[in-house]
Design a protein around this ligand. Structure first.
Ligand code: MV4
Length: 575
């Protein structure tokens, strides 16, 4: 067989990570890039690189046509989708195969089945995997009233073709049901192009635990341990670890059996993740299956010694998996480092990295997509690095992570590193008493500076950022700070009308960041409730729902789909 040529249909740290494995296997790596990524690290590192379009993801990393064209031009034989972008589009997996390339991922049918969250629930139920009480099928408002009473409040309204928590609504009392259903339906249509929603009982104070499974094309399915991803904010994970500190051997065995049974039922092949919620009594319930390699696959790699990307490629080439003797050892933690400012409601701060030094030393791994002098574009997700550590147990892994983060030097853009260090030092995280809603609450009650997070920046950030310089005077080290107007400054803060603020009630909703309006969900004259999504802004986090900070009537909409906006630009005026 000719040497495989692997096109990576992605960018950033995951593209870099896949390129590394492709090189180790002795295969040819082919990168793709948008105009915003011409100088990106993944482009530099690949054997070849092909332009696929402009910065706008819809016309580059999300363009099936552009990617298949690049694959033909580059004579690729295989395509790895990474995560995000096209990774969970059954249509893409099918188009890849139909064009004669090997898709490094699950069969299109399995992606399709798991993409229908209500069909996935039924599949789990068929094979005895515990599911949260809920509706087996999508519901109308009439059905929802009776079903919600049967299930018991609080209930969650979830998009049947959604996932990752987008468009999810919590309903605490019967009176709220109708509004929540209407809102969830509207958001489901806007995000996913499908309006169907279903109900589930809301499991509170939970741990978010997910099982890594791997299947080959010959019917062998393996369980590679679980990951705990409970530290999250707005459905963005910040810290992941394995093993879960709240899962014992007996529970692990049950989760593993359930995950393997579901994978078999779905005809699953390649890497997959079975997402569960673990309640206070230690009962677990299936939530959804992610049919991709996940961001946090690295912690599983650290404790198993396996290269999951290499396994994915080997499975895609038809090899048999022999993983029965895998036994994870020790503890691993990952921190996702974003170019965001936790002190400013996690406002993304794209820009050029002026100075940069990654941590290293014993049992520290950094998967990143940047170097000093590289630009973090405003067009995509703001995660630019993942720090992963392993140690013989959890407390040593926490100490090691804190040490590693203390070595991480990033200048020119804001980062979440101080927040990560603060979380690592909390009692709740140390004792694993935290839950999925813990971080957001802790941030609201924030006494962050106590834990080591620097004080919030001055209100007027047009002030120069001081450079730190070390002088040696008479053999003594003297640190000095230089204020120089020519240095890079922090990004301009949007006006305080920020739609993310929530606590500031104003009559205009403004863009919290630079981006492109994808869709406008309201029209002039419409009455809206606080929290209703008024438009979707494509920016660093891909698709950002912009919520109304209060109820009101829409008077003006000075923007339209396709338009580029700057931070502070008015999106919607409210009366
Ligand atoms: C839930 C849940 C509690 N009960 N479903 C969020 C992402 C998506 N995969 C499913 N998610 C959840 N589904 C039921 N029936 C809790 C989550 C959840 C969550 C909810 C609110 C705030 C943060 C969360 C973090 C992880 C999971």
């Amino acid at each position: 067989m000719a040497k495989p040529r692997v096109l990576i249909a992605n960018r950033g740290e995951i593209a870099v990570r896949i390129i590394r494995t492709v090189r180790e296997l002795g295969y040819t790596s082919i990168a793709v890039y948008s105009d915003a990524d011409r100088d990106a690290l993944h482009v530099e590192m690949a054997d070849q690189a092909h332009r696929i379009g402009p910065a706008l993801a819809a016309d580059s990393y999300l363009s099936i046509g552009a990617i298949l064209e690049a694959a033909s031009r580059a004579k690729a034989t295989m395509i790895h989708p990474g995560y995000g972008f096209l990774s969970e589009r059954a249509h893409f997996a099918r188009a890849v195969a139909d064009s004669g390339f090997t898709f490094i991922g699950p069969p299109a049918d399995a992606i399709e089945m798991m993409g229908d969250k209500s069909a996935a629930r039924r599949a789990a139920d068929r094979v005895g995997v515990p599911i949260v009480p809920g509706t087996p099928e999508p519901v109308t408002i009439e059905q929802a009233r009776a079903e919600a009473e049967r299930i018991g409040f609080p209930v969650l309204v979830k998009a049947a073709f959604g996932g990752g928590g987008k468009g999810m609504q919590t309903v605490r009392k019967p009176e709220e049901l109708e509004g929540a259903l209407a809102r969830a339906t509207r958001e489901a249509q806007a995000y996913f192009g499908r309006p169907e929603v279903f109900l589930e009982r809301y499991v509170d104070r939970a741990h978010h635990v997910e099982a890594q499974v791997f299947a080959d094309t010959r019917g062998n399915v393996f369980f590679l341990g679980e990951r705990d991803c409970t530290v999250q904010r707005r459905h963005q994970k910040l810290i992941e670890e394995t093993p879960s500190p709240v899962v014992d051997a007996e529970l692990r065995a049950r989760i593993g059996e359930a995950a393997m049974a579901l994978a078999k039922e779905a005809g699953y092949v390649n890497a997959g993740t079975v997402e569960c919620i673990l309640d206070e009594d230690g009962s677990f319930y299936f939530l959804e299956m992610n049919t991709r390699l996940q961001v946090e696959h690295t912690v599983t790699e650290m404790v198993t010694g396996l290269d999951l990307v290499a396994l994915q490629i080997r499975v895609a080439l038809g090899e048999k998996l022999e993983l029965e003797d895998v036994s994870p050892t020790g503890h691993a933690i990952e921190c996702r480092i974003n170019a965001e400012d936790p002190a400013r409601n996690f406002l993304p701060g794209p820009g050029r990295i002026s100075a940069y030094r990654e941590p290293s030393g014993p049992f520290v791994r950094v998967d990143s997509a940047v170097r000093a002098g590289k630009e973090i574009p405003a067009d995509y997700d703001s995660m630019f690095a993942k720090v992963i550590v392993s140690a013989e147990n959890r407390s040593r892994a926490i100490a090691r992570m804190d040490r590693a983060l203390s070595e991480f030097q990033v200048e020119g853009v804001p980062t979440t590193i101080p927040l990560h260090r603060w979380v690592l030092g909390t009692r709740a995280f140390g004792k694993s008493t935290h839950s999925t809603t813990w971080l957001e609450k802790a941030l609201r009650d924030a006494e962050l500076p106590e834990g080591g997070t620097p004080a919030p920046p001055p209100a007027d950030t047009r002030q120069p950022v001081p450079a730190e310089l070390l002088l040696e005077v008479d053999g003594r080290r003297v640190p000095v700070r230089i204020f120089d107007q020519r240095r890079d400054t922090a990004p301009k803060v949007p006006s305080r009308h920020s739609a993310h603020g929530g606590d500031h009630v104003h009559s205009v909703i403004v863009a919290p960041m630079q981006g492109t309006i994808l869709r406008v969900l309201v029209e002039p004259g419409q009455e809206i409730q606080a929290g209703d999504v008024v438009c979707i802004l494509e920016a660093m986090k891909m698709e950002n729902a912009i919520p109304a900070p209060r109820e009101g009537v829409v008077t003006e909409i000075p923007v339209e789909a396709g338009q580029n906006v700057q931070p502070g630009d008015t999106l919607v005026e409210l009366d």
